[in-house]
Write a protein that binds this ligand. Structure first.
Ligand code: GCB
Length: 672
């Protein structure tokens, strides 16, 4: 075996045990499943001991946390950093302890045929979970869920209610994703004893804690562990190939039915694998690309065990295809142009904690802006975000937390094995979302370093082996001639900040530099290109004319200069533009940032800067070119007093209404 072959074998072996605790199916109620949300107020204690290890030495998980020392209230989900007035908590590095006692419904415990699972939506970064003092599982990595079957512990223990203890450590090392280093400052003339800091190579605050809901849910003993759907179509026939994984018994029967929005069953099949055929299919189309965007079927999977017990799970299914050519990104065989945003999970007080009002507001803002897509920069977002994207037709580039891989020691086999595990967990969770059209395995790695070639070759090919239906990319800021991973990606995604980090203040250089960037990349690879980041900081309310850096006018001017080039190149091979960033967001404290990164076109509180109106004008007019926008696309819509829907008119579109009649639709309802 070659050196790289044996390395690969070792890495794959490391992966075999992976995903024992990772979640495939979003916890959802059904006639056979119950869900109990145990988020809310938890007890919290940061381990402030010098080595942060007192909690383990004194076994804080064995008794109620309040008996181990002082605890404070901590909301879940939320980052803990901005909840208190204590800078030590804001900047804490190490183990923190969460605890909550909950009542588990008696019938869940009495009924031996019920499996009780505890799921943590995400906790950053490394977590250990105990139930009633018994260790259940550990999980590495923020941003993705993990779970444990806690049935037997619940049944063993006489103690009621059930005590959930979760220890979470946000320390980042060269082998974590994202990577980081802990630096001990040993000069006693400058630093106190034991002083250390966390260094990272990414530009967002390393928020920590339990960031998403903690849920208890049940399944029967014989249960649906995973469902995989892959979709395609031919003329007006939609094809849904499915694969159901059942655990708990080798002898069970599987029935699958697919229903349309109105509840009509449109296809059904038996067996754990098969293909459903849907006549007169309604395809899943992106927002602003079709009059019936984001059409979702409902797939009901029913598993019946030998003893007659059934498990039922319902999955939303969008039927669509994705293809990449040398110049285009095709959704349902039609060219798709990404006019969208990069986001962060980030807000005042809650940090990266999941928040429904924020989620709905952000989708309203994206639709208001005419954005048809976003990238989950720089880590996987809550699955509820993807469910919203499915329902609203917003296209997603789904990124893993591979951000800031800059040190050569982070390209080793331990790092790669973990990176593959994360991709496995990510694909397992997100593979059925029609909104997800591409995987991004990293952001701005040091792709010019010698080991990057092997690393990205393995990472991309492994991701393709997990999902052969979606293109794979990573986001680069390397030199086109020296980037060692670019040969393996399907789409080139480039970040650049002309007239900001280079030639500050000189927007006049953007046109030449951006043209060169595009021509170089396309010339070398003949692959379509997305401008995956560009932008400039603007402190909301700062103005100057002529524009100066950090003012709203300068941010606008940078964007306009980029747009002029995009408009030329999108006639050729540029297939998208994603602004950096949707909203201002928090970063670590450093001389480059004034209370966070201000490249948002919205403030952190989601109020528009001048650039937001510029983008809105642009995105709506691009959408109008690509598909013609009938009245249904105007946003927001308001219900009129007469009961019919009345839409708020958006001026730039008015002139185009008369074009409508002249456009015809193809057999799948897309505009020709
Ligand atoms: C980048 C990074 C992003 C930063 C941004 C900036 O290239 O991908 O995480 O926030 O630049 O504003 O510097």
């Amino acid at each position: 075996m070659s050196a790289s072959g044996s390395t690969r074998g070792a890495i794959i072996a490391l992966l075999t045990a992976a995903c024992a605790v990772c979640q495939a199916l979003f916890p959802r109620e059904s006639p056979s499943r119950e869900v109990k949300d145990v988020s809310g107020l938890w007890s919290f204690r940061a381990d402030l001991s010098p080595d942060r290890n007192r909690g383990f030495e004194h076994e804080w998980f064995k008794s109620p946390l309040a008996e181990t020392g002082p605890v404070i209230d901590m909301p879940v989900p939320s980052s803990y950093n901005d909840i208190t007035q204590d800078a030590r908590i804001r900047d804490f590095i190490g183990w923190v302890w969460y605890e909550r006692e909950v009542w588990v419904p008696g019938r869940w415990i009495k009924d031996q045929g019920t499996r009780v699972v505890l799921q943590v939506g995400s906790a950053h970064y490394y977590s250990v979970l105990w139930i009633n003092g018994v260790k259940m599982t550990e999980h590495e990595g923020g941003h993705l869920p993990f779970e444990a079957d806690i049935s037997s512990v619940l049944r063993q223990s006489s103690s009621n209610p059930c005590r959930i203890t979760i220890a979470v450590n946000n320390t980042l090392t060269l082998q974590t994703l994202p990577p980081g280093t802990i630096q001990y400052m040993t000069d006693r003339t400058s630093y106190p004893a034991g002083y250390f800091v966390q260094n990272t190579n990414f530009d967002f605050f390393n928020y920590a804690g339990i960031h998403r809901s903690v849920l208890l849910y049940t399944t029967p003993r014989v249960y649906i562990d995973d469902i995989t759907v892959e979709t395609s179509f031919s003329d007006n026939i939609g094809l849904v190939s499915y694969n159901v994984s059942v655990l708990g018994s080798s002898k069970s029967t599987v029935k699958v039915t697919l229903s349309a929005k109105d509840g009509r069953c449109v296809a059904s099949a038996s067996g754990s694998r098969g293909v459903l055929k849907v006549t007169d299919v309604n395809l899943w189309w992106p927002y602003l690309m079709h009059e019936n965007a984001a059409y979702l079927y409902s797939m009901e999977v029913q598993v019946t065990a030998e003893d007659g017990q059934t498990d039922l799970y319902t999955l939303s299914v969008g039927i669509r295809t994705v293809k990449v050519t040398s110049t285009q990104f095709l959704i349902n065989n039609k060219p798709f142009y990404f006019h969208g945003v990069n986001k962060h999970e980030d807000a005042d007080i809650r940090g990266k904690g999941f928040d429904w009002p924020l989620l709905v507001k952000d989708f309203n803002l994206m639709k208001w802006m005419g954005a048809n897509s976003f990238r989950t920069s720089h880590y996987p977002y809550a699955e509820e975000v993807l469910q919203m994207a499915d329902r609203h037709g917003i296209v997603v580039i789904d990124e893993c937390p591979g951000v800031g891989i800059k040190d050569i020691r982070s390209f080793g086999n331990v790092s790669l094995a973990h990176h593959l595990t994360v991709m496995k967990e990510l694909v397992r969770r997100d593979k059925n979302h029609p909104s997800v059209v591409m995987w991004s395995v990293a952001n701005e790695p040091a792709a010019e370093m010698p080991p990057a070639g092997f690393y990205f070759k393995e990472l991309v090919s492994y991701t393709k082996s997990l999902d052969s239906t979606r293109p794979v990319t990573y986001i680069t800021d390397s030199n086109y001639a020296r980037d060692k991973g670019a040969p393996y990606v399907d789409v080139i995604c480039v970040n650049s900040y002309f007239s900001w980090y280079h030639d500050p203040g000189h927007t006049e250089v953007i046109s030449i530099q951006l043209n060169t960037q595009f021509d170089n990349w396309y010339g070398k690879y003949q692959k379509p290109i997305i401008q995956s980041e560009y932008g400039a900081d603007a402190v909301s309310g700062l103005h100057s004319d002529p524009p100066m850096m950090f003012t709203e006018e300068y941010q606008k001017s940078v964007l306009q200069n980029y747009h002029d080039v995009f408009d030329q190149k999108r006639k050729e091979f540029v297939i998208g533009e994603l602004i950096w960033n949707f909203a201002d967001f928090m970063t670590s404290q450093n001389i480059m940032r004034v209370v966070g990164n201000k490249k948002g076109v919205l403030t952190r509180q989601r109020q528009p800067k001048a650039a937001a109106f510029l983008l809105r004008e642009r995105y709506w007019s691009i959408a109008n070119e690509t598909g013609v926008l009938p009245t249904w696309t105007r946003y927001p819509c308001q219900e009129s007093t007469s009961g019919s829907f009345m839409f708020t008119l958006y001026k730039p579109l008015k002139s185009c209404w008369n074009l409508l009649g002249s456009r015809s639709k193809d057999s799948n309802g897309g505009f020709k």
